[in-house]
Design a protein around this ligand. Sequence first.
Ligand code: COA
Length: 170
Amino acid sequence: MNIILETPRLILRQFTEADTPLLVQLNSNPEVLKYLHEPPLETEEQALHIINTIILPQYKNNLGRWAIHLKSSNQFIGWCGLKYLAERDEIDLGYRLMKPFWEYGYAFEAAKYTLEYGFNQLHLKTIFGMAHIENIASLKILEKIGMQFIKEDVVDNCPVKTFSISNPNN
Ligand SMILES: CC(C)(COP(=O)(O)OP(=O)(O)OC[C@H]1O[C@@H](n2cnc3c(N)ncnc32)[C@H](O)[C@@H]1OP(=O)(O)O)[C@@H](O)C(=O)NCCC(=O)NCCS
């Protein structure tokens, strides 16, 4: 298992092709996808396609979306991580959790340590974030980790608020 980072309660590791059932579990819930411009995942074949074409290629530069497990039980709860968005030439911090694990502060914890990893280990200059204008939980997390609001934008036909934060060590 390729562990990227640990937080007090969480382990973040790279996904592998063996994770198709976990990804289907996560991305088949319409509530999880409510503010995202994505169709639900229905099959492991679809999940494998996403792993091979979207998730694994990001790992080349130590970036990527990483699977989150609870340290206490090893339970998979979702993902968090840093993705290079070629169309915006930006590094985007994102997160997605399975519904039973919402509102325990896990996404904030994962995002906070992911930001520190991006700045301290990867020496990134700026990290960006975006969330649907009505996705209150996600917007709160971006603000709580210290990001500044830039502007409203439309991405994949969704109205979003965009944020960024600069590396304090640079
Ligand atoms: C967004 C998401 C990751 C938040 O995860 P979480 O673990 O519940 O977040 P946290 O527990 O760290 O909560 C962060 C803040 O949002 C608040 N919050 C959580 N869920 C909320 C909700 N449904 N409505 C309003 N506020 C909410 C929390 O109370 C907390 O507020 P506080 O800082 O004032 O204490 C989770 O809801 C999710 O996976 N949603 C689906 C995918 C998604 O939308 N991802 C983000 C795309 S931009």
